[in-house]
Ligand binder design. Sequence first.
Ligand code: NAD
Ligand code: MLT
Length: 528
Amino acid sequence: MTKVLVSDPIDQAGIDILSQVAQVDQRTGLSPEELKSIIGDYDALMIRSGTQVTADLIEAAERLRIIGRAGVGVDNVDVPMATQRGVLVVNSPEGNTIAAAEHALTLLLSLSRHVPQAHASTMAGGWDRKKYVGNELYKKVLGVVGLGKIGSHVAKVAKAMGMDVMAYDPFISADRAQQMQVRLSTLEGLFEQADYITLHLPRTPDTENLVNAELLATMKPTARIVNCARGGIVDEPALAEALKSGVIGGAALDVYAKEPLAADSPLRSVQERLILTPHLGASTEEAQENVATDVAEQIRDVLLGLPARSAVNIPGLSAEIMERLKPHLQLAETLGLLVSQLSGGQVQELEVRLQGEFAEHPSQPLVVAALKGLLSHALGDRINYVNAALEAKGRGIHVLEVKDEASQDFAAGSLQLTIRGDQGGHSVTGAVFADSDLRITSIDEFPVNVSPSKHMLFTRHRDMPGIIGHLGSLLGEHNVNIASMQVGRRIVRGDAVMVLSIDDPIPSSLLASLHEIEGIKEAHPVTL
Ligand code: NAD
Ligand code: MLT
C-alpha cells in the first residue's frame, strides 16, 4: 500500500488529491525522534515550513521517493542529502506569491500609519490622534531587494500607488527592470536613497545577515524596512539596536532567524516603530489551497510514475520537457544501459554527441537520462533522474557534450554515446523514427539498424564464412531462441559486429562457449 505522511497542517484540498492514490496519514506536531521512528513506512512526505527534513531523517526514510514542500522555501529540507538518496523534492514556486507580496504591502502600510499600535491603544481605552500621525507612500522611494516573483508584484502595486521604485537584484537584466519601469541600483545606493525597503530574496550563505549594523546605519533616519522573505537575512540584534537608538524610522518582520521567535529575542524589547507577525506571508486561504493542490498533484503524479512540474533537485526536467522529449529520453537511457554492458572496467568519460534534431533540444535532460542508463546496470533501482548526475560526479565520470547541428545519420537526428575507461572504449548511436520508434543505428562505428529488445547479444568478430551458423547452432543447443539477427561491417572479411535479439537470457556456460568460437573477439549479453 502506498503511504503518504503529512507532517504539517495542509489544506484539505491537498489531502483529497493524495487520497486518490495513497493512504494519507496526517500527523502534525511530531518530535524529530517520533518522525524518525515512523518515516521508514512512507513513500512520500508532505510538509510546510514546520518540519525539519534533516540528513538523519532522510537516511531513516528507506522507502521515501518524494518530499513535497507546500510553499516556496526549501530551506527546511536537506536537498543535497535528498538528491544523494535519489529522493525527489518538489515545491510550489508560485502558489503563495500574491499572498506574500500582499503581506509585505500590508506591513509597509501598517508601518506608515502605525496601525497595530493605534489599534492596541484604542482597544485599551485611548483616543490618541496626534501620536499616530503617519506618512504617505505616494511619491516616496521604495527599494526592492530581490526582484523575483514576489518582489516584482510588490514593485507593480507600489508603482500603481505612485511610489518611485528602485531595485537591487544582481541576477536581473537591465531590460527586465526597464520593462517594469524600475531603476536598478547597487545595494548600498538603495539603502542610502530609499524611504521604504522591502526584502524579497532567498536566504543563502551569501545573504545571511546581509542587512547588518553597517548597512542599517546608511539608511535615512526616517526610512523603514520590511522583511517578509526569510529570517537570518536581517541581523536581529543589530536591527533592535538601530530601532532603539533611532538610526532608522521603523521595521516590520514576518520571518526570523529562529522560528518561533524566542521569548528573550532582543526584538521583543523594542517598544516603538516595530511590527512583528508570526510568519504569516503565505497564510491566506487562497494561497494555502493553491500550494496544497499544487504539491499534492505533483506527489500524486510521481507516485503514479509521471513527472513532477516543479522539481527542485532535477533542474531542466520539467513535466513539459519530460513529455516533449519522452522518446528521446528513453533512447538516451537505453543507449546508456547498452554501452555500459559492452564495456568492462571503470568508466572515466562519457561523451554525449547530439546530432541533427537532437542538438535542437535542451541537452541537460538527455545527458541525465544517459547517465541514469549508464549507472543503472551497476546500481540498479537506486539510480534515478534525481541522483544520476551526482552519482556520476562522485565516481569521477567526466561528461563531455558535443552538439553537431548537421545530422550524420539517415534519421533526422541521432544520439551517440561513447564511453572511455581503463579498459578502452565503446560507442553506440541511436535514433527515434516516426516519433516513437527507437533504433540502434551503429555499434562502435559499424552501421546497424535494430530495435532494442529486453535480451540481446552483441559480438565483435572477424567477417568469415561459418561464424554465424556456428553461433546460431550453439544458441539453439542451449535453447536460446533468436528473434532477429543483423551483421554490420565496413569491409568484406574485415572486422564486424553481430546484433541478436533473443527471447531468453544467455546462460553463463553458453557465454564461455561463444568466446571459444574461432573469429569471435568479444561477446556481450545485454539486458535492456
Ligand atoms: P524568486 O526566486 O522568484 O525571487 C528571488 C529573487 O531574489 C530572484 O530574482 C533572485 O535573483 C534574487 N536574489 C538572489 N540573491 C540575491 C541577492 N544576494 N541580492 C538581491 N537579490 C537576490 O523568489 P520569490 O518567490 O519571489 O520569494 C522571495 C522570498 O520570499 C524567498 O526567500 C521566499 O522563501 C520568501 N517567501 C516568504 C513567504 C512568507 O511566508 N513570508 C512566502 C513566500 C515566499
Ligand atoms: C514559503 O516559503 O512558501 C513560506 O515561507 C510560507 C510557508 O510555507 O509558511
